[in-house]
Ligand binder design. Structure first.
Ligand code: CUA
Length: 270
């Protein structure tokens, strides 16, 4: 009869129950005998809702960084030299980047995901922080800094939110009526966050005098910078890296026409 339990079904049920029993006893064994704690329900662990700097020990700090359009919270951090910092990064909105110049801290800030890295700041100095993931029109304004100070009292370490809550730096303010379209694009696409136009060295090579300059590449070869090289470097930033600069530039959503305008603009920066 069809409503009778078949012998095969009994076997399947027995095997399933046995497997469950083995599974649960292994968890119990791990928890009670090996001291391995079973994680609590993931949904109970809320990611932090605001940035913070916490002193957790002798020259030990925990920095919770909240990345958001378009700034970091806290934005300006001061630590005594010799500090060890555990950095935890999360995003409130879209995917951002969190790179601390001069260290190997290079994290993605992703909504609902906490990424972390530990860094020891042995020497005093200014460590600029940049968002290296294109995240919208305010991307180039998204920066911060970690200042490591010799002799700073540990209790004086702090992290301040430079921008008022919800306030964003509008790139429009930086754009003048007379600006060529290539400059406006370079601003809006975030290029100028990392490439100066006055010759100063930043995250990337300066645009000033770039056109026609001979650059030494990471592989030791050299190249005379022309329009073709600039176009290629916007499309494939990592392909021919200039020596001394890291592979930090993200691929940028950009059209051929826009690349042409930016390339022309760079050509005017003698
Ligand atoms: Cu945040 Cu780019």
């Amino acid at each position: 009869m069809s409503n009778q339990v078949q012998p095969l079904e009994k076997k399947v049920i027995a095997v399933a129950l046995l497997a469950s029993a083995v599974h649960l006893s292994l968890i119990a064994f791990a928890a009670l005998r090996l001291g391995i704690t079973v994680p609590t329900c993931v949904t109970e662990v809320k990611p932090f809702e605001m940035g913070s700097l916490t002193k957790v020990g002798d020259k030990r700090y925990e920095i919770h960084v909240l990345a958001k359009m378009w700034g970091f919270e806290p934005a300006r951090i001061r630590l005594p030299a010799g500090s060890v910092a555990d950095i935890y990064v999360i995003s409130r909105d879209v995917t951002h980047g969190f790179h601390v110049n001069g260290t190997n801290v290079n994290l993605m800030a992703v909504p609902n995901v906490v990424n972390n890295a530990q860094v020891t700041f042995r020497h005093p100095g200014m460590f600029p922080v940049v968002c290296h993931e294109y995240c919208g029109t305010g991307h180039q304004a998204m920066n911060g800094s970690i200042e490591v100070i010799d002799g700073l009292a540990e209790a004086d370490a702090d992290g301040v939110v430079a921008q008022a809550q919800g306030q964003t730096t509008q790139p429009a303010k930086l754009v003048a009526q007379s600006d060529p379209p290539g400059r406006v694009l370079a601003l809006n696409k975030g290029c100028l966050a990392c490439h100066s136009v006055d010759g100063s060295v930043s995250v990337g090579p300066s645009f000033k005098g770039l056109y026609g300059r001979t650059e030494t590449l990471a592989d030791g070869s050299s190249i005379a910078v022309d329009a073709a090289y600039i176009r290629e470097s916007i499309r494939e930033p990592q392909k021919k890296l200039v020596k001394g600069f890291g592979p930090l530039m993200p691929p940028i959503p950009i059209s051929d026409g826009e690349i042409e305008q930016i390339t022309q603009y760079i050509g005017t920066l003698k």
